[in-house]
Design a protein around this ligand. Structure first.
Ligand code: FMN
Length: 144
């Protein structure tokens, strides 16, 4: 199983989620490539069985420009994109919490619900990530 984790992170929260996803995937012997959006060389999405796309949410529920550029760079809508993100309910409350995640799930018509984490995932929210991954890899043999 070959997995791409592409993410954008300014202050490290979304990166922490990406790293936990990476650890769990490697633990299950998947091959994992990391793509730091806006930094690393372009990727070839068709090389991957699963693509994890991670973003924070910006002013009033906005998707960051770098993520929009990444979407254009991909140039089509792969059907194997799982979306995760971090946000903060202090900005706009529940309505705008991780809204970029909802927007990307809809845009890609993702088969999986988006994963939303409030700021840093370390601690009690870590289990939300592993539960969510269990759902994404639901039909993969031996993934528990
Ligand atoms: C100017 C500004 C606007 C923000 N707007 C939102 C928002 O609308 N919704 C949300 O859930 N989080 C919002 N946030 C919170 C960030 O998405 C959150 O801190 C996120 O974890 C940052 O990710 P990063 O550490 O990977 O950069 C905002 C943060 C800043 C600084």
């Amino acid at each position: 199983m070959r997995v791409l984790i592409a993410y954008l992170s300014y202050s490290g929260n979304t990166q922490e989620v990406a790293e936990l996803i990476k650890e769990d995937c490697r633990h299950h012997n998947f091959i994992v490539d990391i793509h730091r959006i806006g930094i690393d060389a372009p990727v070839k999405p068709s090389d991957y069985d699963y693509i994890f796309l991670g973003t924070f949410t910006w002013g009033e529920g906005t998707t960051p420009d770098e993520v929009k550029d990444f979407i254009l760079e991909i140039g089509y809508k792969p059907n194997n994109i799982a979306v995760f993100g971090t946000g903060d309910t202090q900005f706009g409350g529940d309505e705008q919490f991780c809204l970029a995640v909802d927007k990307l799930v809809k845009f890609y018509n993702s088969p999986w619900r988006g994963l939303k984490i409030e700021q840093s995932p370390r601690g009690s929210q870590e289990k939300l990530i592993f539960q969510w991954l269990g759902g994404v890899f639901n039909h993969v043999t031996n993934f528990a």
